[in-house]
Design a protein around this ligand. Structure first.
Ligand code: UDP
Length: 354
């Protein structure tokens, strides 16, 4: 069996790395194709897992549009498909990289496996373009690896046959264990921040760019001032994010603004945080493994398991609701298993195709 795995952005690398490493360990003929949709953030993550891609499509350009990235991926990945005779292509999540690669494989008669299938907001345009990407990928997938029972049920509701769906857990928990078992997170955290308590913040979503992000940041700042809890914020590289963050928090003494940190460093920060405010998907899935409460700065979440397990709240994007959610979440004591996985997802995924 000849397998290709594709990735292009930070979260994709984190979530495919354990599958790639496990495939190697199992003696599967596997090749990693990196599109470099987000060059810097992808490269940093590959280093964490000591992985070098077999192919680097180098598609990123300044001010790239979704259609431009798509067209580059289509043509470049097709050349690889022409050369290598893959039986399977695994894509992860809901990026443009995942969607275009899945269609390209489908057109070539290569079987598609979708890691993290079945997440739905049920609004085609929100999040944009992720919800569309997810749906398109599932349509062309021979196997859908649903991380949770809820994701499985979403797919069943859309009429997909049982044989095409496997419940596996989310590979992000495998990645997290990989790091936890190899690094001293507490020591690393101390080298990064010198305060005992802090609210860890990340924001990057397209849907929050502009006014919404301003309001979210004002809510977080109000919380920080009132409770005298500093903000620690690795700021995404996107200029649209950086501009607003600098406007709102640039002069605020109690905010430690960092460049994006490596995965090991990020998990160190997460493990020591008092509370988390974020619009990230991956962080919602990681926080429960450290017993941390997440204030989700969005109006929807495709990860309802977070809210149901008590590990998070959907705060919306208004200053008042974000502030209140942080106050209410501050002293939550949590101790249930991570609803997103047990660290064995990669094994379950691979055993479905060998
Ligand atoms: N992350 C990281 N460094 C950072 C911020 C986040 O390594 O400075 C990791 C985090 O642990 C999570 C992933 O990046 O696994 C989330 O990526 P992002 O929020 O960009 O995307 P999403 O998960 O929303 O698709």
């Amino acid at each position: 069996m000849k397998l290709a795995i594709v990735c292009g952005t930070r979260p994709e690398v984190i979530k495919v790395a354990p599958v790639y490493l496990k495939a190697k360990e199992m003696g599967i003929d596997v090749k990693l194709i990196a599109t470099a949709q987000h060059r810097q953030m992808m490269d940093v993550m590959l280093n964490v897992f000591s992985i070098k891609p077999d192919y680097d499509l180098d598609v990123m350009r300044e001010n790239q549009t979704l259609n431009l990235i798509s067209s580059r991926i289509f043509s470049r990945i097709d050349e690889i498909f022409e050369r290598e005779k893959f039986e399977w292509l695994f894509v992860q999540g809901d990026t443009t990289t995942a969607m275009t690669s899945a269609i390209a494989a489908f057109n070539r008669g290569i079987k598609v496996g979708h890691i993290e299938a079945g997440l739905r907001s049920n609004n085609l345009k929100d999040p944009f373009p992720e919800e569309m990407n997810r749906r398109v990928i599932d349509q062309v997938s021979d196997l859908m690896f649903a991380p949770t029972k809820k994701a499985y049920e979403n797919l069943k509701k859309e009429g997909y046959e049982d044989e095409r769906i496997k419940i596996t857990g989310n590979t992000v928990v495998d990645a997290l264990y990989y790091v936890k078992n190899r690094f001293e997170l507490e020591k690393i955290r101390k080298s990064l921040v010198d305060v005992k308590e802090y609210v860890l913040v990340t924001l990057h979503r397209r849907e929050n760019w502009g006014e919404k992000m301003k309001k979210i940041l004002r809510g977080i700042k109000r919380f920080s001032v009132e409770k005298d809890i500093p903000i620690v914020f690795p700021v995404h590289l996107n200029p649209k994010v950086r501009k607003v963050v600098n406007q709102e928090l640039g002069d605020f003494k109690n905010a430690k603004l960092l460049d994006p940190v490596g995965y090991v460093e990020f998990l160190s920060l997460l493990s020591g945080a008092k509370i988390v405010a974020s619009d990230s998907g991956g962080i919602q899935e990681e926080a429960p493994s450290f017993g941390k409460f997440v204030v989700v700065c969005r109006n929807t979440t495709e990860r309802p398991e977070l809210i149901e397990s008590g590990y998070g709240v959907l705060a919306g994007t208004e200053e008042e609701s974000v502030y209140k959610s942080l106050i209410e979440g501050l002293d939550r004591k949590l101790a249930v298993d991570n609803p997103f996985g047990d660290g064995k997802a990669s094994e379950k995924i691979l055993s479905a195709v060998i």
